[in-house]
Write a protein that binds this ligand. Sequence first.
Ligand code: FEO
Length: 613
Amino acid sequence: MHCVRKITNDLSWVGANDRRLAMFEGVYSVPYGVSYNSYLLLDEKTVLFDTVDRAVGHRFFENIAEALGDRPLDYLVIQHVEPDHSATLEDLLFRYPNVKIVCNAKTLSMIQQFFALDINAQVVKEGDTLNTGQHTLHFFMAPMVHWPEVMVTYDSTDKILFSADAFGNFGALNGALFADEVDFQRDYMSEARRYYANIVGKYGSQVQSLLNKTSALAVDMICPLHGFVWRNNLPDIFSKYALWSRYQPEENGVMIAYASVYGNTENVAEILSYRLRERGVKTVMYDVSVTPASEIIAAAFQWSHLVFASTTYNAGIFVSMEELLSDLIAHNIQNRTVALIENGSWAPTSGGLMREKLEKCKNISILDQTISIHSSPKLSQIAEIDAMAQSLATDFPQTTVAKPRETTVASIDPAAMFKLSYGLFVLTAKEGTKDNGCIINTASQITESPLRISVAVRKVNLTHDMIRKSGEFNLSILTESTPFRMIEQFGFHGGKDTDKFAGCDYEERAVNGVRYVPEHANSVISGKVVDAHDHTTHTVFIADVTQTLVLSGEPSLTYQFYFDHIKPKPQPPGGDKKGFVCKICGYVFEGDNLPSDFICPLCKHGVQDFEPA
Ligand code: FEO
């Protein structure tokens, strides 16, 4: 019996799940099963996106028949030829002989490699489109994510990205189709990480290219070939891909993988783990003879520091550790700190051999110290283990709790607030055809999943009102090269009477339609407001991150740097006149007394930000 689920009015999931498969691709255990996704679009023309693995072909054809009804199948878009998505192609062509295949040239040649088929296909290349009535499909090549012929398809009508293998996860769908129908972070992120690291982990730069292409698109939904469809919280998965593809760790902590025959190597690994925990460092441990390599490879992509402990076996590295390291190196692991432990009853060599292998990886820093055990650890080696724990722990921020000073009066010294490491940002918004922006120093990330930020905006600013109404903004993160004129331009004038962008020779807008500042900014973050809190003079907006752009590697501008290097030094009033100077913009108020309700005419800050000139 068919088992179909609607995604939109005219798009259905017609895939199927396999919970009997022991090893995906013959190498990756899938204890929670796997889904093979296929999607059917019913527009004026009907379009099927990819087929499925042979194991679930029966259900797949029932699903297509149900979703199509009495309509013909007009197009099959083949995004990926790997047989988990194409094994039922011949059967499909037998059932729907008039279907037109849409694919790229590489796909066509690979189909001929796999199948004895003479296909008359519509061959597409980068940027080509196919109009199916109400929908326009755009094709983008994504070579090596995960095979060379891979392409993705963007439906610009419904803003859906059909992403082939990208953004998928292991695990059967179990009735839930959308990532927001399950606790993805708790139950499935580890399977998404394991899928990424093992399936496309080797091809980080190619994944980066795909991310660059998708960042230019307004994507409301992702339909991958495995796992859940993303219709909410897309930055949750985009941000993970950004980290994974750059081989940047997600978490500070130490992953310890050990190969131990009689428990002595394990003993040392465990002592090290305890010594690290005592220093406040997070640790995870894996016995490489027990835990599947795919899980340990995923963990290596997750954690910042890696320890490998192996006994010596046949004068080499223990077999399961050797396999793990070869696999890890094949997956291009980089940007990690590594420590090594070896054991050997008569000729320990595994430490040196592991070092030799890992030294070939890019940007891997291996501690000089290798702990060498002869059969079992000795009391005299506790200091060595302690020293390794200390060396690793120095990379992690230490949390020390200072004894509070005895105080009897709760006083507030405003200087303490300036010790917070504020940045400086241009916050932009729009209303109708009016663009506006202001300078703020109060933006910060509040959660990673969902990816959310907060911005506090003065209520007197026009940008504030625009964000209140539109719920959208862009935050341009200023760099140390920012000239004072830019702070003046966006910070010292009201937007109600002036055009903040007057004289700017750039017109860039993010996908949300709001302008941003590409000059003297290293990144842009687009936010969609999900909550707002009134705080007397300011509103704190809480927003989901909907898009990010990295523009340069220049250091971000801090409030401190601005005061030290950018803000002109205030000129004292002439003669013996007295006055007060605004610490924010340098405006000088001349007079003996500053009225308590005085507002700086330039930057709109109050008397608390003035000091005697
Ligand atoms: Fe799901 Fe690369 O195939």
